[in-house]
Design a protein around this ligand. Structure first.
Ligand code: APR
Length: 235
């Protein structure tokens, strides 16, 4: 059925969460082995942590930067990039900060939560590569602290990515969620916006989500990589 929908749809948008990158080796957040099962996001991934708990904040994010440098996109990322080139999908809205969609070759990607591939100075905004963290360089030439260019809890989403995602959700005829618990707002509103304007909604996710009841099709029992490889054989 999904093959048929993918071939019939004139505008397909893929929405990804951390479950898209677990098969690359990166942990997700809320499944049984997720990051937030062991660590408290409020203590680590928040503006409060950056301002009042900076050493733990930097340790946490240096680990995650090392992770995205150590692992790489898997077959599923490459299939999505191939489908964009073939015109089978039109864009990707991602909550992920690993940059794996772009590394796999996807061009039209909205990074709702920013990226771990870059850092910027908390004081002057200067942009650096996240290699600085790997080299244990934590300060800007201006003396300000360098932080990853991710959206921390308590911060608003990047305007450009948000607007692009909004346009894509409104244009979509088929909206496919891959690997998200859909628990974080406002990112979790995009599947609803797509559905409300007439899009077919598909959710591929191991754990149930609160949006499954709105979906036209839910796949729980197969990994994302396997689903994408199976589809890629048939279209
Ligand atoms: N195949 C299918 N589903 C998977 C796979 C897989 N290989 N691996 C994990 N999953 C599912 C899990 O069951 C889980 O429900 O992916 C989902 C990932 O959900 P979360 O860990 O909550 O990740 P996400 O939805 O992306 O979190 C949103 O929360 O902490 C913030 O900013 C962070 O962007 C993140 C946001």
């Amino acid at each position: 059925m999904l093959e048929k929908w993918l071939l019939e749809s004139n505008y397909t948008v893929v929405f990804t969460g951390a479950g898209m990158s677990t098969e690359s080796g990166l942990p997700d957040f809320r499944s049984s082995k997720g990051l937030w099962k062991k660590k408290d996001p409020a203590r680590l991934a928040s503006t409060d942590a950056l301002n009042n708990n900076v050493h733990e904040f930097i340790d946490f994010y240096r680990d995650r930067v090392l992770g995205v440098k150590e692992y790489q996109p898997h077959e599923g990322h490459l299939i999505l990039a191939k489908w964009e080139k073939q015109g089978i999908i039109q864009s990707i809205i991602t909550q992920n900060v690993d940059g794996f969609h772009q590394l796999a070759g996807s061009k039209k990607v909205a990074e709702l939560h920013g990226t771990l591939q870059k850092l910027h100075c908390q004081a002057c905004g200067n942009i650096y590569s996240s290699e600085e963290y790997i080299n244990e360089e934590y300060y800007c030439v201006c003396g300000g602290i360098l932080r990853p260019s991710v959206v921390l809890f308590g911060e608003s989403l990047p305007e450009k990515a948000f607007q692009f995602a909004l346009e894509e959700a409104h244009k979509s005829e088929l909206f496919i969620v891959l690997g998200s618990s859909l628990t974080v707002t406002p990112a979790n509103q995009f599947p609803l916006i797509a559905k409300e304007q007439g899009s077919k909604l598909v959710i591929v996710n191991h754990d149930p989500t609160e949006f499954d009841m709105y979906a036209d099709h839910v796949i729980r029992d197969r990994k994302i990589g396997e689903v994408l490889q199976q589809l890629s054989k048939n279209i």
